[in-house]
Design a binder for this molecule. Structure first.
Ligand SMILES: *Cc1c(COP(=O)(O)O)cnc(C)c1O
Length: 421
């Protein structure tokens, strides 16, 4: 059973202050989860979560996570600027980019970020962008190729992914970086996305720990950290079992003792770059039903559309829907829940069993806290919604206003047109 983190009464109260649609975030949930993550890895004194900014790029959210001494994982100029605005600087920034423009390496270096190189050819490129001198701490991204398999089958396909270096390139890269004066090394890999199993991090960790032992032995590079990156998933579907972060942390701990500590490398720090796991369940898209339509299927039209939440249209992703106030009503209707884009994939749900929906009902679309608002766009001239934080004391705080037509037209200012209503 998936439960909404607000009641109909609470949601209506918030909607009377801030018109729908909006993304709503649950501060209590965010904080409890952040504490659980910290505790799960507390066996590792150097542990740090670098929150993947692209999941929820809002400085207030970054600030909340920063209070747990977490850092940020950035991969663009504006993400770096956001991290700076939230006061997260220096080695609390991991710059894990790919196909990186030179000026972004320059800026990351100015902020003192840890730079994670996606490719061996980026060594010279980055050195130039950093004014001819690489920072003392550098990380490299690894791609083992092939498929990534766990006990329940193939999870993902690194061999088809554009990211990272081959193993041979990684060994060469560490030798070259060491010759160029780099003193502290890190290894990073992201091999599977949205893994709803406790096995992913421990298995990835085991693979990276063995690689780290060989790398340090053969290249003499001092490995300071191993970055397990993102990919820890959440149960979007009500029948899925949530991950147990304590079990995941313990699984990584066992691999650490067996491989790193045994090889005399018990001082290596563990880093993570989780986005989805940190924020996904603690956000929801709140939208109001404005139309119903009975043709060859039954349609419910809402005031949000795919520009507010792209995942269903883009990946066919499932997002659970609660009709607020009808949590216990029988699921005796089947609907397509649609937005207003002139695109037939603009459907938040297809053939979904739901209680009978009436005009004016509020829908709580679950698990939009990560990769929700942030994937928004402006197709059909639709505007991005507000983001509202439901604070721990129960009061709502607007942490991003909704776009207005003036925002949409702002890049046409060079034409001097009259774009008034
Ligand atoms: C997207 C991304 C993450 C976060 O992934 P989640 O699946 O949200 O945990 C972390 N690191 C990098 C480099 C990414 O691109």
């Amino acid at each position: 059973m998936k439960k909404a983190f607000v009641t109909k009464e609470q949601a209506e109260r918030i909607a009377s202050q801030f018109p729908t649609p909006f993304h709503l975030y649950d501060e209590q949930g965010i904080r409890a989860n952040a504490e659980a993550v910290k505790k799960a890895f507390s066996w590792n004194p150097g542990f740090r979560e670098y929150f993947a900014v692209k999941a929820t790029p809002n400085p207030v959210i970054l600030d909340i996570l920063g209070q747990y001494d977490f850092g940020t994982d950035c991969s663009s100029l504006t993400e770096l600027m956001l991290s700076k605005a939230a006061g997260i600087l220096g080695d609390r920034i991991m710059f894990s980019s790919n196909d990186t423009p030179a000026e972004e390496y320059t800026y990351a270096n100015e902020l003192g970020a840890i730079i994670n190189l996606d490719d061996i050819t980026h060594i010279d490129f980055c050195e130039k962008a950093c004014g001819g001198r690489l920072p003392e701490t550098m990380s490299c991204r690894f791609n083992p190729g092939g498929v990534f398999q766990m006990s329940n089958g193939i999870m993902d396909n690194p061999g088809d992914a554009k990211y990272g270096m081959t193993e041979a390139q990684l060994f060469d890269a560490f030798r070259i970086l060491k010759e160029k004066g780099v003193k502290n090394f890190g290894i990073h890999a992201f091999l599977a996305s949205n893994t709803v199993t406790n096995e992913y991090y421990p298995q990835l960790a085991g693979q990276l720990f063995e690689l780290a032992v060989r790398l340090q032995k053969e290249t003499g590079a001092k490995i300071r950290f191993i970055n397990l990156s993102g990919g820890v998933g959440i149960p979007y579907r009500p029948d899925q079992e949530p991950n147990d972060i304590a079990a995941i942390g313990e699984g990584v701990h066992q691999a650490y003792d067996a491989i790193l500590t045994a090889a005399g490398m018990g001082d290596v720090a563990i880093y993570t770059e989780m986005g989805r796991y940190m924020m996904g369940p603690y956000g929801a898209l709140i939208t109001r039903v404005i139309h119903e339509k009975h043709i060859y299927k039954e349609y419910i039209g809402v005031d949000a559309c795919a520009v507010n939440l792209m995942r269903p249209a883009m990946y066919g992703a499932y997002h659970h829907i609660t009709v607020l106030g009808k949590e216990d009503a029988p699921l005796d209707h089947v609907y397509d829940v649609t937005g207003s884009l002139c695109e037939n994939n603009d459907k938040f749900a297809i053939d979904r069993e739901l209680p009978r929906i009436e005009m004016g009902d509020l829908l709580f679309i679950h698990d939009t806290g990560a990769h929700g608002f942030s994937m928004g766009y402006n197709y059909n001239g639709k505007l991005r919604s507000a983001e509202i934080l439901l604070q721990s004391d129960g009061t709502p705080r607007m942490i991003r206003r909704a776009e207005t037509p003036a925002d949409y037209f702002s890049t046409l200012d060079i034409l001097g047109l009259d774009l008034e209503k």
